[in-house]
Design a protein around this ligand. Sequence first.
Ligand code: HEM
Length: 537
Amino acid sequence: EKAEKNAKNPKIDDLYMNTEDGSGEAMTTNQGLRVNDDQNSLTAGDRGPTLMEDFHFREKMTHFDHERIPERIVHARGAGAHGYFESYGDLSEFTKAGFLGEKGKRTPVFARFSTVAGFKGSTDLARDVRGFAVKFYTEEGNYDLVGNNMPVFFIQDAMKFPDLVHAVKPEQHNEIPQAASAHDTFWDFISLMPESMHMIMWAMSDRAIPRSLSMMEGFGVHTYRFVNDKGESFFVKFHWKPVAGTHSVTWDEAQKISGQDPDFHRRDLWNAIENGNFPEWEFGVQIVEEKDEHKFEFDLLDPTKLIPEELVPVKLIGKMVLDRNPTNFFAETEQIAFHPGHLVPGIDFTNDPLLQGRLFSYTDTQLSRLGGPNFNEIPINRPIAPVHNNQRGGISRHTINTGQSSYHPNNIGGGCPFQAKMAEGGFVSHHEKIEGHKIRKRSSSFMDHFSQATLFFESQSKVEQEHIISAIRFELGKVKSEDIRERMVGMLTYVNEDLAKGVAEGLGINPITKPTPPLNHSYPADADPKDYQPKEV
Ligand code: HEM
């Protein structure tokens, strides 16, 4: 049955080229030499020292000594699975992306879910954002949708990402705490970063402690573009809707599960697939016409904002089914390299300043995480679409490029064997008109930091609001600095008075000091702070 299923998945066929099963075979060295004893090193006499010439011992130990690679700088803890994406129907009015083409079209995928802040060995049930990354192995090349389980992000500009991550990771002097938040540096940063308030509402809500990986939503977060074959572009937000519904555990349950089974989510995903209960998500899009770019009260390029579904409904356009566990965690889940810049024709970026910075970061980090420039050749990263170009060499190059030349144009041997055939479906960046001065200044359309935070808090049920209040109380209760606790509670007054009061009561803060504007510390030194006021103030 498995063979039949795999036969339908061209990426699994592709991976089989690299699988190895030596059961029943003679053990050999890496050179193919048969080994006669794998348990005793070669010594001088039966009680003497080990000999330098014991190449089998040296090879076995050397490989072992190097079998770890750096964990991801963020999203280190993850679990993944293979599956397929099936399109519901023709979307060519909006995008020429082939995998969103005719009804029933299937594309192989690998999805990896992760926590963000914890180490590779940390608990699955930490209060944290979850990564939701999907690699589509399309006929037009790999398309990666590198999303999260929350629709917005902490910061508006990639420039602040190292600061955010330094603040949330364990403190540098003592590597404490290993939990996602609950410490001085994180709350110090957040209390000085009004733009993070919307995301903080999500991160302190039940969304941050999902019951199962198959019971969480996924979001592309940024506004992307669809481009159709006439070159017309539409703004688009991406959504994954779990068929099993969105469910969470309570904080008390999360803590108990963390103690008893830190692999709870990973195990659940694995067992569900082994038992044939394949997790499923529907894929949805919110599409906005270019002419409507400025019709919202927020900026479509601001990743701390979502488009309320009441304003633009989510149109469901396909389904993802995860139906096969990885064969080898390291080879697949650990070595997979996602990148928001892996696009196919029909999908393009916007100028969201967070997205723009991400486009640099992923390849850059993978160069060190995966050891040099050839990690695209690692089987899990290899597209099923053919790869032809003039790249050559580099550490661990596997491809044996043939012929004399590796440059273009050339006329040796009858000219370059492959050409950049733009006219025949090559990727063309959307012809967006760009004008402006080179400046470090965020548009004033990014300055409303509170209204969607308020919208989120007030859209929650009473019980859910209580959970948010007790989560912030719990987290801030661990913060040693009174100053940070008070500043944070003060900031919450801009979101909702009852929220601030509820947290303050639990922490014995009375009275609450509402911070005086400007709250935003990110305005340039030569700017007028008036231009940087949150709208509500
Ligand atoms: C992983 C950078 C924002 C989702 C990573 C990694 C880096 C990174 C360096 C590790 C990649 C690797 O080692 O393979 C950044 C930067 C950001 C940013 C610089 C902002 C400027 C975001 C946002 C999202 C996101 C907004 C969600 C929309 C993810 C996911 C992973 C990841 C899901 C894990 C991918 C996997 O499973 O391998 N990010 N990130 N990141 N990031 Fe981001």
